[in-house]
Design a protein around this ligand. Structure first.
Ligand SMILES: O=P(O)(O)OC[C@H]1O[C@](O)(COP(=O)(O)O)[C@@H](O)[C@@H]1O
Length: 380
């Protein structure tokens, strides 16, 4: 039975049964040797990618493309979950099987993007908060009925040291927003993935990226605590720590990324959280895999169980899709090859979760990336 608001409008505490269900979803998603496919791009975002590949951004093309991503028969060996956009939740594959059922049949949990995109903060328009809170509880209950068991909500933080960004106000507003989202998702039976994405756009050094990440994660876990969120029934989706895309020293080495990412997580993520699932953030497909692998190898060498209690895996969007889209080209005759590519990318990253990735990488080219400089706010 899902929670209703009390007469005073407040959320009653979760029952033990509700907590058990939320925690077991989080634990299933955090299964070692598996990760999460993020195929939840909103219509404008997927539109940019489809249009760049010469395809039309209509509902049927989006359905056919999502079918490619979810069709591999062994996908459940490498993916514990897949995050869908709400439109996809209500669509079916070409045999008429609803996508949540397609995933269930393969042992993959269905997730859903529950945010409604970004809006500029009045007075600091290069910073954003995330939209969709007013309808979140009702929508989340509906998504649960459609088969979703976990949710994702993306907040973004921009670094621009010269302009004084991020502001304290933006960090606070986004932390509180993520905490409210997490509490409402749990009330609806959905395990929340909390995503405070620190944008890669900018000239910042990896060290500044790490410093900002610590501030942001500190604020987020403080707000989750204030909101009474049950941490065992949550997951974190952060960015790996690296240089800004326009930094003079453009590419941080994988070793530095692993070191700073692990240090940041160690300092700020409570052990009660079962899993940390990195976003790919516009890295090339191969870089994302190599970095995930090195993070897990480094953690293992440092006594993973003691210092890093969470599963560290992937919740990649672009790094699991760029080559798939290139192979598919929207053509029926490329379906099988594109499905193989989707499976190959998922498998490579599942191996990297175990710190056992040896290559060669299945992507078309090492620089296959869908980096998009406008992933902060854009008009809806
Ligand atoms: O801008 P949108 O449409 O909300 O999409 C944001 C995308 O960012 C992610 O949160 C992370 O994706 P990447 O791995 O491509 O960085 C995806 O889950 C999601 O599809």
């Amino acid at each position: 039975m899902l929670v209703e608001f009390g007469e005073d409008g407040a959320l009653p505490p979760l029952s033990e049964e509700q907590k058990d269900a939320l925690a077991s979803t989080a634990q299933a998603l955090a299964t070692r040797g598996k990760g999460i496919l993020a195929a939840d791009e909103s219509t404008p975002t997927i539109g940019k990618r489809l249009e760049a590949a010469g395809l039309t951004n209509d509902a049927e093309t989006r359905r056919r493309y999502r079918e490619v991503l979810l069709a591999h028969p062994q996908i459940g060996e490498w993916l514990a979950g897949a995050i869908l956009f709400e439109e996809t939740l209500g669509q079916a594959n070409s045999d008429g099987v609803a996508f949540p059922q397609v995933l269930k049949d393969k042992g993959v949990l269905t997730g859903v993007k529950t945010d409604k995109g970004l809006a500029p903060i009045p007075g600091s328009p290069r910073e954003t908060t995330t939209r969709g809170m007013d309808t979140l509880l009702a929508r989340s209950k509906g998504y649960y009925q459609q088969g979703a068991r976990f949710a994702k909500w993306r907040a973004t933080i921009r670094i621009d040291a010269e302009a004084g960004l991020p502001t304290r106000g933006a960090i606070h507003a986004n932390a509180v927003g993520l905490a409210r989202y997490a509490a409402l998702s749990q009330a609806a039976g959905l395990t929340p993935i909390v995503e405070p994405e620190i944008l890669i756009e900018g000239t910042h050094s990896p060290e500044l990226f790490a410093e900002v990440s610590e501030r942001v994660l500190g604020a987020v876990y403080g707000a989750l605590s204030e909101a009474g969120v049950f941490l065992e029934g949550t997951l974190l989706k952060p960015q790996m720590i690296m240089a800004g895309v326009d930094a003079p020293e453009k590419k941080a080495s994988s070793a530095l990324t692993a070191e700073l990412t692990l240090r940041t997580l160690r300092r700020r993520v409570p052990p009660a959280v079962p899993g940390v699932f990195f976003l790919s953030g516009g890295q090339s497909e191969e870089d994302a895999t190599v970095n995930l692998d090195l993070i897990n190898r480094t953690a293992a060498a440092e006594d993973a169980g003691r210092r890093y209690p969470w599963t560290m895996s992937f919740s990649f969007g672009r790094s699991l899709q760029a080559s798939v889209l290139k192979v598919w080209e929207g053509k029926a005759e490329n379906f099988d090859a594109a499905v193989e590519m989707a499976g190959g990318l998922a498998k490579a990253n599942a191996t990297a979760q175990l710190g056992q990735y040896e290559g060669p990488h299945p992507s078309i080219s090492g620089d296959s990336s869908l980096h998009d400089p406008n992933r902060g706010w854009r008009p809806a």
